[in-house]
Design a binder for this molecule. Structure first.
Ligand code: 2IT
Length: 446
């Protein structure tokens, strides 16, 4: 396999799919030399098959807004790969959603899910519906219209959607209600991120952020450091940033920045638990601005137009969107003394930013390893649904801990360089890719 040859072909076929091409190139460059030690992979054209989604559903979603006007959005479900389990991955509602974003997320999800140790294939879906400023009734009608198209293509052993940017517990509730009405079965296992009284799992809302902090702890312990007393910046103020901030504080770190599309909030004394709780209110207001945070809490400051990466820190955690940290941001972080960066958002850093971090040999770990606690806990929710029982928060958290430990070990095993530096990008890509590739090989040419 030659990365450049495969990429040239994909670039010709999908010239406008920037994020998808970026994600595929990163994985292929990491795995090329390991892959080429396996002539049986080459013969079965594993990589050529693996970079293409199994199938993509693309559909129209029409709904009526509060003024009585008819609105139409585009909906997608990319079923990327089912070599190691049924399709599994979130739904993203965001105005910038397009096929490239869906494909890159489905591709990443395939390897992330492989790293979790649980039997889940990769998928992603969503819509260019923009939840900002929509009423609760509008959100409900949109979710119902979306499920009216999707329901027949999903199922507990087929494809299990969940939340992502713009989709939380409320949206999953509206979608599950419609699914149940259409299917006429109480199939809790068809969606994850459900409410606690109807099949949801304890710790699922916190899991992405908690898992990321557990992974970070393992990274730091490996080099004789600890999270405690260090300054952390997170980006965004959504579900992922919330869970990460909550656990970071519990572990004794100082969270000194959160952000929104409108700017950054600098919090020199570090976030308190009150502030973390307020992130939920801010998100529920549906306005997608962070500025009101500084009006509410003395000693914090709103700086318009700036990102979290401009605030001095030890550790930076991307927790909002893809490519939110670019080469210039990376330089600013390094100049300010930052020595560890973890992606909690999927593909949070541009290739230029990753290059800067690895050149300077600072600790860096990619989203598919760091944020896998979210989907892993979705997998635990599926297990509880299949057993028709619920585990305690301690049991779920304990399993999440063990999964993150295992993901860290896989990264170290496949990513340690001759000089001892751990290339977590390479480690995560090789571990995830090889697992999927072996499963595909064993299942024949399909
Ligand atoms: O990016 C992700 O891993 C998620 N949005 C969670 C997916 C899931 O199925 O829980």
């Amino acid at each position: 396999m030659k990365t450049d040859v495969i990429m040239a072909n994909l670039e010709r076929k999908y010239p406008n799919e920037k994020e998808y091409l970026q994600a595929v190139r990163e994985v292929l460059e990491s795995v090329e030399s390991t892959y080429n030690k396996h002539p049986e992979f080459e013969k079965a054209k594993i990589v050529e098959r693996l970079v293409e989604p199994d199938r993509i559903f693309s559909f129209r979603v029409t709904w009526v807004d509060d003024k009585g006007e008819v609105q139409t959005n585009s909906g997608y479900r990319v079923q990327f790969n089912s070599a190691i389990g049924p399709y599994k991955g979130g739904l993203r509602f965001h105005k910038a959603v397009n096929p490239s974003m869906m494909k890159f997320l489905g591709f990443e999800q395939t390897f992330k899910n492989a790293l979790t140790t649980l039997p889940m294939g990769g998928a992603k879906g969503g819509s260019d519906f923009d939840p900002t400023g929509k009423s609760d009734a509008e959100i409900m009608r949109f979710c119902q219209a979306f499920m009216l198209e999707l329901w027949n293509n999903i199922g507990p052993d087929t494809d299990i959607p969940a939340g992502d940017v713009g989709v939380g517990g409320r949206e999953i509730g509206y979608m599950y209600g419609m699914y149940k009405k259409l299917k006429r079965e109480y199939n809790t296992g068809v969606l994850t991120g459900k409410g606690i009284t109807w099949g949801g799992s304890l710790i699922r809302p916190e899991a992405t952020g908690y898992g990321a902090l557990y992974f970070l702890e393992h990274m730091l312990h490996k080099v004789g450091k600890d999270v405690k007393d260090h300054k952390i910046v997170v980006s965004g103020f959504g579900n992922v940033a919330w869970g990460a901030a909550k656990k970071a504080i519990a572990l004794g770190a100082k969270v000194v920045a959160i952000s929104g599309p409108d700017g950054v909030i600098s919090i020199p004394e570090g976030m308190t638990e009150d502030m973390v709780d307020y992130m939920l209110d801010l998100r529920a207001s549906n306005k997608n601005v962070v500025a009101p945070f500084a009006d509410k809490f003395h000693g914090t400051k709103f700086i318009p137009g700036k990102k979290s990466w401009s605030v001095k820190c030890d550790i930076a955690l991307t927790s909002a969107f893809q490519n939110e940290l670019d080469g210039n941001d990376a330089k600013e972080l390094l100049d300010n003394g930052c020595w560890c960066v973890c992606e909690i958002s999927n593909m949070g850093c541009t290739p230029e930013a990753i290059h800067e971090f690895q050149e300077h040999k600072i600790l860096f770990a990619p989203g598919k390893a760091v944020n896998a606690g979210g989907v892993a806990t979705s997998g635990l929710e599926m297990t509880q649904n299949a057993q028709h029982l619920s585990w305690t928060a301690e049991e779920v958290d304990d399993r999440l801990h063990k999964i993150m430990k295992s993901i860290h070990e896989q990264c170290v095993k496949y990513g340690t360089q001759p000089d001892g530096y751990v290339d977590y990008v390479k480690g995560a890509n090789i571990a995830g890719f090889m697992k999927v590739a072996h499963a595909m090989l064993e299942q024949g040419i399909i």
